[in-house]
Design a protein around this ligand. Structure first.
Ligand SMILES: Nc1ncnc2c1ncn2[C@@H]1O[C@H](COP(=O)(O)OP(=O)(O)OP(=O)(O)O)[C@@H](O)[C@H]1O
Length: 366
């Protein structure tokens, strides 16, 4: 697929948020396709009605005042549209966007050079903002509040801080772990939007649009099946659509129908309720190896051979949301639903404790 713009995370960091898809055929590199499938305006963004309405209001008010809006923090599990919304913020404000991420900013100097080159009104997108170094965080919240950074010149006792005024700009921070952000940084964001898993109907709309952009002929019941089995996540839905399209091209006429959807999803280990290999591995480990829990996160991660962070930010939020596991201060517990899904009988007395308030940033319980 050829697009007028590339995913900024793969380029030099600058990006024209108003650019459009120019050609929906051709190559099929996942990153490029993902970028091309992003909605470009708030009005094209299905799902997340609350965040969309709130953000729409904040942006419209700023536009009418003719000044940059408050800084925006977007949190939620991967693939739900945080980057997409950051691009939309810039497009709605008709401002350029600069893209960087927490892991890329390890020194305050890295941040100072980004900040000092911002132009007035620019949007600075900081992905994985919870992974920035502490000195950079401190510099950031001064910059967010006072539009100023102190550039340190020299070393040791002779070092001096030279204040550098910055033009007003808007930070859009994205995080899968809002709980890890220090309070002073969190407090600098005037608007926080928490993205939740999507309703199936919204995923269907997303898939209909994606099929159209990819020129994939598809039946409504096939798209509904993919939507149902996409873990409430647009990125997963779009990826599954591409695998179903592959199946239809190799085994059929290229037309995506229900048979193609069901066959491809089963080939790629997506079960009838949409759980994937990692989800099932987590449930299997909890029920078969740890008797349903409680089990600590790191023990669970070792048991399934994954990074703790992957289990915590990718698998767990959806399993908790769907009611397969619950978190407790003593660890994770499998619910009767998990046992049932695996075709196992829960041990007597395996009643889940009361569900604690959801912490999909995953930061609260070890
Ligand atoms: N509301 C939406 N409508 C249509 N497509 C969407 C929507 N949200 C996300 N997508 C699609 O899903 C893909 C992933 O979205 P995005 O990169 O914005 O997620 P993210 O939350 O930033 O993920 P990560 O935390 O991994 O960076 C996008 O490329 C886009 O194609």
């Amino acid at each position: 697929m050829r697009v007028a713009d590339e995913d900024p995370r793969e380029g030099d960091g600058s990006f024209d948020a108003t650019a459009r898809i120019v050609d929906a055929g051709g190559t099929d590199d996942d990153g490029t396709v993902e970028a091309a499938l992003r909605p470009r305006r708030l009005s094209e963004f299905p799902g997340q009605p609350k965040v969309r309405d709130q953000l729409g209001l904040v942006l419209e008010a700023a536009r009418r005042r003719g000044s940059p809006p408050d800084h925006v923090l977007l949190s939620g599990p991967p693939g739900l549209g945080k980057t997409t919304l950051a691009m939309i913020v810039a497009a709605e404000l008709e401002q350029p966007i600069r893209v960087t991420s927490g892991p890329a900013i390890q020194h305050a100097g890295d941040l100072a050079s980004v900040l000092s080159s911002l132009v007035e009104g620019e949007v600075l997108f900081l992905d994985e903002i919870h992974r920035m170094s502490r000195p950079a965080e401190e510099m950031l919240y001064l910059a967010m509040e006072d539009f100023r950074v102190d550039v340190i010149v020299g070393k040791g006792p002779g070092a001096t801080a030279i204040p550098l005024e910055l033009p007003p700009f808007t930070v859009v921070g994205a995080t899968t772990r809002a709980g890890l952000l220090p309070a002073p940084l969190r407090d600098r964001f005037g608007f926080t939007g928490h993205l939740d898993f999507y309703e199936v109907a919204d995923l269907e709309r997303i898939l209909q649009r994606s099929a159209r952009l990819l020129s994939v002929p598809a039946d409504a019941d096939a798209l509904a099946e993919i939507a149902l089995r996409s873990r409430g996540t647009p990125r997963v839905a779009n990826r599954l659509l591409r695998r179903v399209r592959d199946w239809a091209q190799v085994h059929g006429s290229g037309h995506v129908d229900l048979t193609a959807a069901q066959s491809a999803l089963s080939l790629f280990d997506v079960d009838e309720v949409g759980l994937d290999r990692l989800d099932r591995a987590v449930l299997e480990a909890m029920c078969r190896r740890f008797g349903g829990g409680p089990v600590g996160l790191s023990t669970l991660a070792v048991a399934v051979g994954e990074e703790t962070d992957t289990v915590e930010t990718v698998a767990e939020p959806y399993l908790v949301r769907q009611g397969y596991i619950v978190r407790s201060p003593r660890g994770r517990l499998a619910t009767p639903m998990a046992w049932q899904h695996l075709g196992l009988t829960p041990p007597p007395g395996a009643q889940p404790p009361l569900q604690l308030p959801e912490a999909s940033d995953g930061g609260r319980f070890g």
